[in-house]
Design a protein around this ligand. Sequence first.
Ligand SMILES: [Zn+2]
Length: 428
Amino acid sequence: MEKETFKILAKNDCEELEKSILRDYWQFSDISKRKFTYTAKEILIKYDIKSNEKLNKILKKSGELVCEKLLDCGKCYKKFTIPLRSDMDFDRWFKNDKTLTCIDCKNVLIKKEIIELLDDFDKIYKEMVKVEIKEPTQSLSYLESIFLYVLLTNDADKYSLEITQSVWNTFKEVEANGVEYIVKGLIDKGYIYKTNECILGTKAQSRLRTLNWSYSDLIEDSSKDKVRLYLRENFKSQILFNMPKKYKKIEDWVEDLFITIKNYVLDLSDLKQLEKFVLNKRLKEVYALVGMISEKRKIPLKKNNAFEHDLVRMTKKYDLKHIYSLLLYQANMAASKLYDLSISSEGNSNLIKENIYALKIASYLDKLEKDNEKPKYPRLLPENWTYSEVELFVSAHIIGNYEKWENFTTNEILALWSDAVEINMDNY
Ligand SMILES: [Zn+2]
């Protein structure tokens, strides 16, 4: 199969002389370089033609050169008819590495691929590994119930059994930070589970999406519904709630959980859990504030047991706004001390630098304790502070004072909380 052929096509009514002119005009000396045997001038002289215009007229009347070029499919040709040499534009015609795409054959292949791809989905559905889900029957602890309720009602406009990855990540970061065991409890008891990703499905779907985007006109009308269905399907791993069968709708489950939480009778172990939760939560909040301050003020800081000990001391005595005030004030002191160090020859040891802030905090705490005082002014938390949904829920629906916990010490929070619930005294 020739990749390109050239043929001189003379018109029916063409005379012998004109045929001869046509042949000479289109005779190549080197076809690959598109070089002709005769120049136009030589032809003018040979045939005694007066002007180029006259020659062109004769040529157009007599016939044309036809070039057929093999396309990339290797089967079809594209035909170019060329009346005059000046009409030849191979560089433009055969742009990409001198091959031409055969749209017809390409479309046939794409149509075939789409049909095969749609068939694949039937197989994928059959082979998809379904996670075995057992009905969650174990009862939930008090805090587990609250966590589950807050997660379920995360989007108050639209309850869903699916937890999006972003909601899950935020929840783990803000609510479960330091109390991961509560979330683990919900997973272990089967109230929340994760599905496996179907890799074949995501791959087929991504290919289908590309084809649908670029060649939607090649998809048969009768297949369009299928395409839409497969594109909507979720083959990625999902985090889902496992609703006990006794509930028909999520709303019923949410309502029942709310009642359970309100009527929960706490025992000693529940109270211990509450205490652990509140202390952990506050400690994480203080760490978050310290992190923000030391980053903003560029104060090096080494966290160690002694430092954490001081933070816990603080959380027991002061509310979060006073703690923030103390941390900011001591950051100023630490920053100025660091500045003094940087201009003195006293030493630039990192060991000294990264302990300065912690030492400032510790000695100030000692001083406050000795004088039996608390930091003078409370400070508003940073504007970008993320409030815990669990905290807001407990404050609104259990304690009922709608106050943010930053105004209280951990002991005050625990007192408010335990005053608001029923406690089983048998174990005391
Ligand atoms: Zn073709």
